[in-house]
Design a protein around this ligand. Structure first.
Ligand SMILES: Nc1ncnc2c1ncn2[C@@H]1O[C@H](COP(=O)(O)OP(=O)(O)OP(=O)(O)O)[C@@H](O)[C@H]1O
Ligand SMILES: [Mg+2]
Length: 221
């Protein structure tokens, strides 16, 4: 069944110049414990696909199933809050907050019931941020560290699915590999379904499964 299943998903943008067919009948199954890479040229529809999988947008045709249940019948915001963790190329940490506060905020927004500070500290430790750095403002970290904090934030609520759109796009090779290793661990050690959109061959190489997109078509083999 898979944790996330896409059936004939299509999406188009309406522009002044006409319709852009950004996604054409994408069908795929994503399983827990597996790292997927989605590769493809700029404009091929990768981010469009990701925003549908995250429940941020609604497909124009086709359906998404979460553990066999159609997103049509689920509350999309609740689905995203409970089951999806997102990571982006530009980390989107709040600059006025410390590392630990950035992670705590996401727990707050998700109405996390446990000890938020404790959970945030555990997550930062998991991604390799040292305790003495927890109270430093997020702007005072390096790019690689900021992305690791963003990963801590994405996984704090223990989502089953991690969606990462070019997570290493702003990082040098060493930091890229570091972030990818964390993402791989999330799948292989913690059973998450990890989906990484990437242009980097060395990132795609480390995924268990590589899907390719070309001109709105998703190739799953
Ligand atoms: N908001 C929008 N309005 C109109 N067209 C859009 C919009 N967003 C994306 N598109 C178009 O849809 C297509 C797919 O875009 P998308 O952003 O999904 O590609 P991508 O594979 O993520 O590209 P990149 O690798 O550059 O991030 C492109 O032709 C793009 O121009
Ligand atoms: Mg994109």
């Amino acid at each position: 069944m898979g944790v996330l299943q896409l059936k004939n998903l299509s999406y188009d943008y309406i522009t002044k110049a006409g319709k852009v067919h950004a996604l054409k009948e994408a069908t795929a199954t994503f399983e827990s414990g597996i790292v997927y890479a989605i590769v493809g040229r700029s404009g091929s529809g990768k981010s469009t696909l990701m925003s549908l999988m995250a429940g941020l947008d609604v497909p124009k045709a086709g359906e998404i199933f979460y553990r066999g249940e159609s997103l049509h019948s689920l509350d999309r915001d609740k689905f995203r809050r409970e089951h999806i963790g997102m990571i982006f190329q530009s980390y989107y940490l709040l600059p006025q907050l410390t590392a630990v506060e950035n992670v705590e905020l996401s727990l707050e927004l998700a109405k996390y019931r446990g000890d938020k500070r404790k959970r945030a500290e555990e997550m930062l430790t998991l991604v390799g941020i040292k305790r003495e750095q927890f109270k430093k403002r997020s702007t005072q970290f390096s790019g690689g560290e900021q992305q690791r904090i963003a990963v801590a934030r994405a996984i704090a609520t223990n989502p089953e699915i991690i969606l990462a759109d070019e997570p290493t796009g702003n990082l040098d090779n060493e930091n890229s590999m570091n972030v990818v290793s964390i993402l791989i661990d999330l799948a292989h050690k913690y059973g998450k379904c990890v989906i990484i959109i990437t242009h980097a061959a060395e990132v795609a190489e480390r995924a268990d499964v590589v899907f390719k997109m070309d001109d709105g078509i998703l190739f799953t083999q």
